[in-house]
Design a protein around this ligand. Structure first.
Ligand code: 147
Length: 658
C-alpha cells in the first residue's frame, strides 16, 4: 500500500518532441572584459594557464563554453580596469594590444566551434568628435568597429560571429542600421548584430521601424532576472541574457548560475546566457571581486580555484551544442511542482536528448541583481516520461551536483551516477533541494582534472620590471591600469631599451558615469600593503605630453570610483619645477608643495612610506620627508600621470620596508 501511495504521489513530467519543438539553443558563454577581468590570467605560468583555459573552453572537460564574449577596448575604465583600443587615434591602428586577441585564439584552439561576440564599453576620445557620445558620426564609429572585426580576421584568422552596440548605454537607431549596412558592404554579412546589451525595451522601436528590426538578429538583455517581455517575445527574435550572473562565485553564486541557466529559458525564452565574467582575474579590492566562473588572481604563484559555476555550466554545455533545440513548454520545459525547473533539448539529427533539472532554493541561489522573490523548494519524487522519438530509450546517463551549504558536508560536483533505467519510456527519480541533474543519451561527459595548482602566495617582494621582456604594444603584467592605457614601446633615447608609455592623450568617450578625472593610474601588488618603497624612472616629453606624473603607495581604489582613490601620491611637474605630496589622486588633499630644479630628461622617483612618514627622492636626492595626514593606511602601489598625455616609465621597483 505504501509503495502504491508513493507511486501515486509521483508527479509525471513528459518529454515529447512529437508536439513540436521550442527555440534554437544559442549557447552558454563567458565574458572577458567590461573590463580588464582577465588581466591577471595573462602572465600565469604556462602550465597553469593552459589548465585554466582547458577548464573554460575544452569540450567535454570543464565549463566547455559555447560562446566567448570580449570587450572591444576603448582606452577607458570599464569596471576592473582599462582595455586598450585598437585605434587610440583616428590615424592609429594596432592589433597587438591587450589580451582579448590572445584569449580568443586560445579559446578557438580548444574549440574551433566556439562563437565569438564582441562589444564596446567605451571609445577613445576621437570617436566622440568633441562630445561624450559615439553616435555623432555613425559611419566613423561603424568603421572603427568594422576595423576591429577585420583585424581579428587579418591578424588572427578569427571570425567574429556577433557584434554589439554600446554596453548598457543608449543605443542609436541610425547607428545600428548604419552598422548593418556597412557590415554587409564590407563582406561581413556573417556577423550578426546583438542589441542593445541593455534592456528589452528596444523591442518597441523594432515594431516601429522595420529597417531596425531587420538589422537586429538577437535582442540582448542584461540581468533579466529570468524574465523577458511579451513585446520582446513577439518580435520573434532570439532573446539572450547577453550579460548575467555577476555574483560572488561561492556555492550561492553557483546556485544563482544553475538556476538562471535553466530558468532564463523556462521563464523568459532566452536561448543564451553569458556570464559576467568569464574568469575572475583581477585584484582583490577592485569592484565585483570573484564574480566569475572561476578565480585566478595569483599569476606569481600559479594558484587558481575551480569554483562551482564551472561544473554547473558543464551540466548543460557538455550535453548540448549550439543548434540543438529546446522542447516546448509543457512538453519538456517547465517548473517542478515542488520547486525548481527543468529544460530538455534535442540534437538537430534528433538522435540525442538531454534533460537538465535544477532545484535551487531561494537563499542558495540569490544573484547580485535583480531581487529574487521568495519561493520554496522541497524534496520531490518525480516520474520522467519520454514520448515521441525517445519513447524507446531504456536508460539515461546521469550526472549529478549538490553544492554544500553546511560545514562538514562535502560538495558534490558533476558526479556520474548509475544510469536512470526506463521502462516504456518511464523512470522514477527522487530529487532533493539544491541539486542539478543531467539525464541524457550522451555518454561523453568528463569532469576534467589536473594535479592541484601551486599553493597560494602573497605578491612577491622585492618586485621589479624593466619592461625588456615584452613585445612592443603589450600591456605590462601585474600593472592593472585603471584610467589611461599603458603599453610597451622601444625607447628612442639613451640606454632605456623598452619602456612603458601612458598613451591616452584626451578624455575618452567613457563608460563609467563617474569617470570625470583628467588623470591616469595603474595599480599593482597587494591592496593591503602598508609600509612600502617604490621607485620608477619617469620621462615627460613635450609633445602630446601630460603636465605631471606620480608614483604612489596605499592606493585605495580602482574601478569606476578610481577618481576618489586616496593614498600617498608623489607628483612631479617638471615644466614648472614643482613637486607635490597628495593624499588623493585628484590632488584635493595636497599636503606638501615644493620646488625642485634638478629635473633631467629621465628622473628616478622614489617614495618610501613608513607608518606616518613619507620620504621622496628624485635622482637620489631627498626632496622631502613629510608627516602623513591622510586616512589611507593600506593599498596598492601605483603610478600614473596627472593629466591625460604621454609619459614614459621604466625600471619600476617595489620593496618592503622593515
Ligand atoms: C554591468 C556591466 O556591464 C559589467 O561591465 C560589470 O560592471 C557588471 C558588474 O556587475 O555590471 O553593469 C551593470 C551595472 C549596474 C546594473 C546592471 C549592470 N544595475 O544596477 O542594475
Amino acid at each position: 500500500l505504501c509503495m502504491l501511495n508513493t507511486l501515486a504521489d509521483r508527479v509525471t513530467y513528459s518529454f515529447d518532441d512529437s508536439v513540436g519543438l521550442g527555440r534554437h539553443f544559442d549557447g552558454i558563454g563567458g565574458l572577458s572584459g567590461g573590463g580588464a577581468t582577465s588581466k591577471l590570467l595573462v602572465n600565469y605560468p604556462e602550465e597553469q594557464r593552459n589548465q585554466i583555459l582547458d577548464l573554460l573552453f575544452k569540450p567535454n572537460f570543464g565549463a566547455s563554453l559555447d560562446i566567448l564574449k570580449v570587450e572591444i577596448g576603448g582606452d577607458a575604465q570599464s569596471t576592473d580596469g582599462t582595455e586598450a583600443s585598437h585605434m587610440h587615434n583616428s590615424w592609429d591602428e594596432n592589433y597587438e594590444r591587450g589580451y582579448e586577441w590572445w584569449l580568443m585564439v586560445e579559446a578557438k584552439k580548444r574549440n574551433p566551434d566556439i562563437k565569438l561576440y564582441a562589444l564596446p564599453w567605451a571609445f577613445p576620445g576621437w570617436i566622440g568628435n568633441g562630445t561624450r557620445s559615439p553616435y555623432t558620426n555613425p559611419t566613423q564609429t561603424a568603421m572603427y568597429i568594422i576595423k576591429w572585426i577585420q583585424g581579428a580576421k587579418q591578424y588572427y584568422n578569427l571570425t567574429i560571429d556577433y557584434i554589439g552596440i554600446w554596453n548598457e548605454r543608449p543605443y542609436d537607431i541610425t547607428y545600428i542600421i548604419t552598422l548593418r549596412n556597412m557590415l554587409d558592404n564590407s563582406g561581413l554579412t556573417n556577423v550578426r548584430i546583438v542589441a542593445p546589451d541593455g534592456s528589452w525595451s528596444i523591442a518597441s522601436d523594432m515594431f516601429k521601424n522595420a529597417t531596425l528590426n531587420a538589422a537586429i538578429d538577437y535582442i540582448g538583455c542584461h540581468y533579466p532576472g529570468t524574465y523577458s517581455t511579451k513585446q520582446a517575445v513577439n518580435t520573434g527574435k532570439q532573446l539572450w541574457a547577453s550579460e548575467d550572473y555577476s555574483t560572488f562565485n561561492d556555492n550561492v553564486g553557483g546556485g544563482c548560475w544553475a538556476r538562471i541557466l535553466n530558468q532564463n529559458y523556462v521563464n523568459g525564452n532566452m536561448t543564451s546566457t553569458i556570464s559576467w565574467n568569464l574568469i575572475a582575474s583581477y585584484y582583490m579590492n577592485l569592484p565585483f571581486y570573484r564574480d566569475g566562473l572561476m578565480t585566478a588572481v595569483e599569476p606569481w604563484s600559479g594558484n587558481y580555484i575551480i569554483e562551482s559555476p564551472i561544473w554547473l555550466t558543464a551540466h548543460t554545455t557538455q550535453f548540448t551544442s549550439v543548434g540543438w533545440k529546446y522542447l516546448r513548454h509543457g512538453s519538456g520545459v517547465g517548473k517542478l511542482n515542488g520547486g525548481g525547473s527543468y529544460v530538455a533539448l534535442i540534437s538537430p539529427d534528433g538522435k540525442d536528448f538531454t534533460i537538465v533539472i535544477e532545484t535551487f532554493s531561494h537563499d542558495h541561489s540569490i544573484c547580485i541583481r535583480p531581487p529574487l522573490p521568495k519561493y520554496t523548494v522541497s524534496p520531490q519524487q518525480i516520474m520522467i516520461d519520454l514520448k515521441g522519438s525517445f519513447a524507446g530509450v531504456t536508460q539515461l546517463n546521469t550526472w549529478y551536483s549538490k553544492p554544500s551549504y553546511s560545514t562538514g558536508v562535502e560538495d558534490i560536483f558533476f558526479l556520474k551516477k548509475a544510469p536512470l533505467a526506463l521502462t516504456n519510456g518511464q523512470g522514477q527519480l527522487d530529487i532533493g533541494v539544491d541539486e542539478v541533474w543531467t539525464l541524457t543519451t550522451i555518454n561523453t561527459g568528463v569532469k576534467g582534472s589536473f594535479p592541484p595548482p601551486p599553493a597560494s602566495a602573497e605578491f612577491p617582494l622585492p618586485y621589479s620590471d624593466d619592461f625588456e621582456s615584452y613585445m612592443d604594444s603589450q600591456e605590462p603584467s601585474n600593472l592593472a591600469q585603471q584610467t589611461g592605457s599603458y603599453e610597451v614601446f622601444n625607447s628612442t633615447s639613451g640606454d632605456h631599451g623598452k619602456i612603458m608609455r601612458q598613451v591616452v592623450t584626451e578624455q575618452p568617450v567613457s563608460w563609467c558615469s563617474a569617470e570625470k578625472l583628467n588623470v591616469s593610474l595603474s595599480v599593482i601588488g597587494d591592496p593591503q600593503w602598508a609600509d612600502l618603497y617604490i621607485e620608477c624612472d619617469v620621462r615627460i616629453g613635450n609633445v602630446n605630453n601630460t603636465d605631471g606624473a606620480f608614483i604612489a603607495a596605499r592606493v585605495t581604489q580602482g574601478g569606476c570610483q578610481t577618481f576618489e582613490a586616496e593614498g600617498v601620491y608623489f607628483f612631479i611637474f617638471p615644466s614648472t619645477n614643482t613637486i607635490k605630496l597628495s593624499n588623493d589622486l585628484a590632488q584635493t588633499q595636497v599636503v606638501f608643495t615644493g620646488s625642485f630644479t634638478g629635473f633631467k630628461e629621465w628622473n628616478k622617483l622614489s617614495l618610501a612610506v613608513h607608518a606616518k612618514l613619507a620620504t621622496a627622492m628624485i635622482n637620489g636626492e631627498k626632496v622631502f620627508t613629510q608627516n602623513l595626514t591622510g586616512k589611507a593606511n593600506e593599498g596598492f602601489a601605483g603610478l600614473g600621470t596627472s593629466s591625460f598625455g604621454l609619459a614614459d616609465f621604466d625600471n619600476l621597483a617595489i620593496m618592503n620596508i622593515d
